[in-house]
Design a protein around this ligand. Structure first.
Ligand code: SF4
Length: 424
């Protein structure tokens, strides 16, 4: 687990995908969408169920004052508190984190602090849910801004997946409430959800013999699934599913994309019978910005450049890159490079800038020339962090993420299967 705490890094004042990004998340909170970089069509969480509105006071505080108050609250709370910071968080937040990592690393990191009553998760909603599922019952998980969702996770909602499952059950002739293995001992379909999904979908997988995967272990998880089933329904990220399955030798013609807005996902029953992987129509708004043109431009400027991208990028981008891998794999790739190397990275800008600061003897830059952080991660402004910490000092818990027991139990089944799945 590569977890460390870093100093603050300023984003370079280059062109940004939205000029107002440096001003704070306030206007995105009020806007009917997730803001630049995310799918404008995705709904934000219902304001009625978003009680944790930031008091006005915190919006106008100078950054130095916010930082001072965060540090003071941390000191007061001491070992009762653990702060987790995702790689994609801004540095003004990450510098306060006890652990920095990807979503699964952070959920596990929380387990190393069983005495911490409060786990403040500076990430997005599905990550806080997972931490709540994996943490003990007397620990409280807090998401500083409840509007910090993930547009990709929202692309597969529980109702749409349940409807798709019923259609799929009809096509393959099984009971959607519980399929029976055939003479080979295999199920017709197993659902596999990416970690970037709601707890409800992880629970769906737990109930239907399915499993969770991360971008680090997706191939191992697909192998696990194919030992138990003839096919996989993979959601929500089509790109991770496609890139992983193709690397395992599965042809594109065996990976139809399931569009939940179309009958039978947009396919005939015959086509679906040829399928090995049904790919949900979801994507990451940050990683789909990377293009083959960007890679070609980087190589035209420096033929020696090494290119590594995240597997949430579209398949042609992964194909054109020298390597692809999870945030952890990208970190290791750069650690294994040599002083003087130039590395173009296809993942979120905050992480790339942090790697560039960690390895000043190498040239490390983001493939996307436009600065476009994950706009939902960006909603964790230091003002929200200061607020929830000061509320804890005052004995009040704001923005707690608490997964209902019946959902958490099933979701944990799918998470535990992932932990038990080992590479062959
Ligand atoms: S980077 Fe993409 S997948 Fe990750 S939280 Fe942001 S929108 Fe979701």
């Amino acid at each position: 687990m590569s977890l460390s705490v870093h100093d603050r890094i300023e984003l370079t004042p280059k062109e940004s995908c939205n000029e107002s990004l440096p001003d704070g998340p306030w206007e995105f909170d009020a806007a009917p969408g997730y803001g630049p970089g995310a799918s404008e069509a995705d709904p934000i969480p219902d304001p009625v169920t978003r009680p944790g509105q930031l008091p006005e006071e915190y919006r106008s505080l100078e950054e130095a004052e916010l930082q001072r108050r965060i540090v003071a609250a941390r000191e007061t709370l001491g070992s009762r508190l653990v702060i987790l910071g995702h790689f994609y968080q801004r540095d003004e937040v990450v510098q306060h984190a006890d652990f920095v990592g990807d979503s699964f690393q952070l959920a596990n990191a929380a387990l190393t602090k069983p005495d911490a009553e409060h786990i403040v998760f500076c990430g997005v909603h599905f990550m806080a849910e997972t931490a709540d599922i994996l943490s003990s019952a007397d620990q409280q998980v807090i998401l500083p801004n409840l509007a910090a969702g993930c547009s990709m996770a929202d692309m597969a909602d529980e109702d749409s997946v349940e409807e798709a499952w019923e259609d799929i059950a009809e096509v393959y002739g099984f009971d959607p409430e519980g399929a029976e293995p055939d003479a080979e001992g295999k199920l017709p379909v197993i659902p596999v959800t990416y970690m970037n999904s709601s707890a409800a979908l992880k629970a769906f997988c737990g109930r239907h013999g399915g499993i969770v995967c991360t971008s680090s272990n997706a191939a191992t998880v697909l192998e696990w699934a194919f030992e138990r089933a003839h096919r996989v329904l993979f959601f929500p990220d089509q790109h991770l599913g496609r890139n992983t399955a193709r690397a395992m030798g599965i042809g594109l013609e065996q990976m139809p994309m399931w569009n939940p807005r179309e009958e039978l996902g947009g396919h005939t029953a015959e086509e679906l019978h040829q399928a090995k992987v049904l790919l949900w129509h979801g994507f990451c708004s940050v990683h789909r910005r990377f293009t083959v043109d960007q890679i070609e431009k980087a190589r035209a400027e420096d033929p020696e450049v090494k290119v590594i991208v995240h597997p949430e990028c579209p398949m042609p981008v992964v194909d054109a890159a020298d390597a692809s891998g999870s945030t952890d794999a990208i970190t290791k790739f750069i650690a294994a490079s040599s002083p003087g190397d130039t590395i173009a990275v296809g993942t979120e800008i905050n992480m790339v800038n942090r790697l560039a600061a960690d390895y000043p003897d190498r040239t490390i830059y983001c493939l996307d020339p436009v600065i476009c952080p994950c706009s939902t991660m960006y909603r964790i402004h230091p003002g929200y962090l200061a607020w929830v910490l000061e509320e804890l000092v005052a004995g009040r818990v704001e923005n707690r993420i608490s997964v209902p027991a019946e959902v958490a139990d099933d979701a944990k089944v799918a998470l535990d299967r992932m932990l038990a799945a080992k590479p062959r």
